[in-house]
Every structure is written in structure tokens, then in C-alpha cells.
Design a protein around this ligand. Sequence first.
Ligand code: NAP
Ligand code: F7E
Length: 355
Amino acid sequence: MRVRPRGTGSVAHCTMPKALITGITGQDGSYLAEFLSAKGYEIHGLKRRSSSFNTDRVDHLYEDLHKSGAKFFLHFADLSDASSLAWCLADIRPDEIYNLGAQSHVKVSFDIPEYTSDVVALGTVRLLEAIRRIGLKCRFYQASSSEMFGSTLPPQSEATRFHPRSPYGCAKVFAHQIAVNYRESYGLHASCGILFNHESPRRGETFVTRKISRAVAHIRLGLQDQLYLGNLEARRDWGFAGDFVEAMWAMLQQDQPDDYVIGTGEAHSVGEFAEAAFAHAGLDWRKYVKVDPRYYRPAEVDDLRADASKAHRVLGWRPRVSFPELVRMMVDADLAALERKLKGGMEAVALTKER
Ligand code: NAP
Ligand code: F7E
């Protein structure tokens, strides 16, 4: 990956650089925290209060803290609470901020559009305003999304027009534009990564790839008969989350802030993902997958495929994990996890809560 030495006006890193990650307990937050940790960063993550544990994905980093000294910290804060963000920023004074926190489920955003907009759109303004008013000299990463392209035809690049198709997509367009606006208005080093779908064994269980890989494991081990899905024709450019977080970091190491599309350049349908996942477990997907219109969305995004040539050229970023490798990785991880659970005598969880 191409990373230029930092020039004039950049953050001086005489000591260990400090990163603050919103959404650290999510899929990307956990991979980014691992990646920055290996680079020697001091990591601060914002977590929201929950009635049950919500730090599973980063617990291994937290344990390391006790062995190797204080380099990983979690703070209670919420993107809907401006004062909590301001206090955290003022206390921590990070060199780099990665804004990954979001209500990130597109279908759920139709059910709770106001909350989604509050966290995704206004949450970003709250963070940017805290940076500005505190006078923090830091670099800022905004987690923009291919959902902003919505109905525009592939391949989508930085020059493609936005036409979002969900409250989530609309909120992400606002967050993207306001980050660009703070860059242009106040000279903030703010970069937006327009990331296409990226998955992993840590993907939330209600996104379609993980819903499929979990179902394959349950069916393979005789705990489930069928899998109900929505639109099998939708096409997505699916990459591996572990590869994508490296691009986030690379953006903040550039002298000039900018926006980049990040994706693999290859698209597959939901049906193709299911076919590959079932086949990897020796199963014929047509016997198990049924369509349930309950999972259709009021408006669909039909076809996303990234033109990430700018990221290749400027950042030197390229994905490493291919589509078949990603499918195998997710199915193998869910099979192994379920086998461990069964061996441990724990009851297998029925897949009744899928969106
Ligand atoms: P994720 O797994 O759903 O994680 C979202 C994170 O945001 C979690 O840590 C969640 O906390 C946190 N969060 C939710 N509401 C919050 C609030 N009110 N205040 C503070 N934190 C809150 O999402 P992801 O897949 O890692 O994605 C990371 C970011 O990239 C998100 O902004 C997403 O919209 C965006 N994005 C994702 C993709 C993708 O394909 N994965 C593609 C493009 C853009 P809990 O753990 O407590 O729920
Ligand atoms: O749906 C179809 C569904 O929920 C993918 C988020 O990370 O990526 C993600 O958003 C496709 C859609 O992801 C089911 O209709 C069929 O066409 O896995 P998904 P998403 O909506 O693309 C973008 C880039 C983000 O930014 C988001 O944060 O699959 N689909 N049947 C289904 N989807 C789900 N969830 N469940 C089904 O049963």
C-alpha cells in the first residue's frame, strides 16, 4: 500500500499516535482496531451503553491490555449525544478519528428512519462540530457507503451521481456531504471512504451473507430445514472487511484529504452467494432456499459494482481476499463456531429473528 510521509501541517507523531474509533464494537471497528494496534497506535473506542455485553468483537484486544500495558481504551458515548462526544474528544485529543458508528442496517432504516438519520447524519455533524469547537488538529475518516449510489448504474466511481434508495442511504449522503463541507469550509483533513459491501465471519447476523453462512452451518448440522430470503437477484460487490479497513487508514496518511471508492470490482447476485455457500458445505441451495417477500425492501438497490481505480492509483490499495475465499471463510467459521457450541452442550439458537 502506498503511504506518503506526512508533510507540512500534518499531525506530528513523536509519540505513539492516538486513534479514536466510533463503532469500535462493530465489524469494521474490530478489524480496524486490530490493524491499528499492530501498527502501535493507542486506541480509544466509543461504545454505547447496552443492557448486555456488546464488546465481543474487541474483547481479545481488551484482554491484551492487561498483559501488555494500556493501549486500548473504551469510553461510554453515543452519536446521538453531543456532549458525550465533545467530552471524549477533549479528553482524548486523538490524532485520527474514524467515524464508523451507525445504525447500519438498510432494511431496518425503513422501520426507524428518524433514529437512523439522527445517528448517521446528525451524529456526524455532532462529531465534526466537536472537532471544530475544541480546535482539535486531527484527521477524520467518514464511513460513506455505496448505498449512496442507490439506483445509478454500475460501475460506480467517485464521479458517479448519488441516488440513495433508503433512509440509511439518504442519511449517509448527508454525512458524506457534511464531511466534505467541513473540509472545504474549515480546512479539516477529512476523507470519505465510499465502501462497497464488505463481509467477514464478524458480520452482523442479519446481513444477507452472514444470514446465509449461518443457515448453511445450521442446515449442515441438522438444526434447520430451510432458509427464507428476500430478493435473490440483487447484485453486490462483496469484499473482505479485513482488507477494507487498511484503505481507511491509508486515506488518513495522505497529505491531502480526499474521497475514495473502495470495492473489489466484481459483483455477484444474492442467489450466487447462496449457491456458493451451500455448495461449499456439500449442499444444493435450491433444496433449502425459499423466497419470503417479508424480506423485500420498499425500494431496492439492484446492482452495485465498484470502480476503485482511484484507490489503486493513489493509495496503492487492492483487495486480497477473492469472492470464493470470502464465502468459504464465512461458512467455515460458522460451521466451526456451531460445532464448538454443540460440543459445549449449549442449545443452538433458532434463526427466527432474521430481517
Ligand atoms: P456494524 O457492524 O453495524 O457496526 C456499527 C457500529 O456502530 C457498532 O459498533 C454499533 O454499536 C455502533 N453504533 C450504533 N449506533 C450507535 C450510536 N447511536 N452511537 C454510537 N455508536 C453506535 O457496521 P460495520 O459493518 O462495521 O460498518 C461500519 C461503518 O461503515 C458504518 O458506518 C456503516 O454504515 C458503514 N459501511 C459499512 C459497509 C459494510 O458493508 N459493512 C459498507 C459501507 C459503509 P453496537 O455494537 O453497540 O451495536
Ligand atoms: O443486503 C438482499 C437485500 O442487508 C444485501 C450494509 O453494510 O452494505 C450493507 O447494506 C442485499 C439487498 O446489505 C435478504 O435486499 C435478500 O439487496 O446484506 P444486506 P446492504 O443492504 O447491501 C452497504 C454498503 C452498507 O453501507 C450497509 O451498512 O441482499 N437480501 N434477502 C437480503 N438482505 C437481508 N439483510 N436479508 C435477507 O433475507
